[in-house]
Design a protein around this ligand. Structure first.
Ligand SMILES: N[C@@H](CCC(=O)N[C@@H](CS)C(=O)NCC(=O)O)C(=O)O
Length: 217
């Protein structure tokens, strides 16, 4: 059955799903719908009116984490979920941390520097950017610097859902011309570069930078 993904590519949660689809080599149709003023028909499928939404024939799956689980069961290789109990719990925790914690800082910078000025034609709120960069994010970066330690990937020795979820929030941060300062967080900065060098991320981030440049005119 053909997979159809709905949601604008610049959404970190849509990118999370697209990276998984790429890592698993799954083909899909993509509708880059913006999640604003969504139709009643769409709300029948996703009552929160958000993106992403995956459709597999008659099967309707909202939410990036639910979709990630679905795709793992549908195409188990390469696996993005560790089998060891503790590793698996850590991977799911770090996914949750990226989706509901880290996003509070990275998305603020993205919204104020990219979405607001380029897509909604409003000025960036510098105070919000400063708060995100100076207050919200540093403790999160401290935590992640400890979590990565000397490893290549966040959990175990293979790329996992934790790396997808963290990498996609850091992708929005990068598209907003922000970066993890390697002087303060050397291991985290190197880790983010490693994640973004994967072909799955690289291709999508090039596309996103193109969308940003087109909006800038
Ligand atoms: N937990 C959700 C978050 C999805 C989400 O917040 N998507 C944003 C785009 S980045 C959205 O649709 N926002 C529109 C809205 O909140 O109405 C997931 O993982 O899918």
């Amino acid at each position: 059955m053909a997979l159809k993904l709905t949601g604008v590519g610049l959404s970190p949660f849509v990118r999370k799903v697209r990276v998984i689809l790429a890592e698993k080599g799954l083909e899909y149709e993509h509708d880059g719908m913006l999640p604003f003023g969504v139709s009643d028909e769409y709300k029948q499928k996703h009552p929160m009116g958000k993106v992403p939404l995956l459709e597999d024939g008659e099967r309707i799956i909202p939410d990036s984490s639910a979709i990630a689980n679905y795709l793992e069961a549908l195409a188990p290789q390469p696996s993005l979920y560790p089998t060891d109990a503790y590793d698996r719990a850590r991977a799911i925790w770090l996914e949750e941390f990226a989706d509901t914690g880290l996003v509070n800082g990275t998305a603020t910078v993205f919204q104020e520097r990219v979405l607001g000025p380029l897509f909604f034609k409003r000025e960036a709120d510098q105070a919000k950017i400063t708060e995100a960069l100076d207050q919200t994010l540093p403790p999160f970066f401290d935590y992640l610097e400890k979590q990565i330690g000397d490893a290549d990937w966040m959990v175990g020795d293979t790329f996992s859902i934790a790396d997808v979820a963290l990498g996609t929030q850091f992708a929005n941060f990068a598209i907003a011309d922000a970066e993890v300062d390697a002087k303060g967080w050397p291991k985290l900065a190197a880790y983010v570069a490693r994640v973004h060098a994967r072909p799955s991320f690289k291709k999508l981030m090039e596309e996103d930078r193109g969308a940003k440049a087109a909006a800038a005119g």
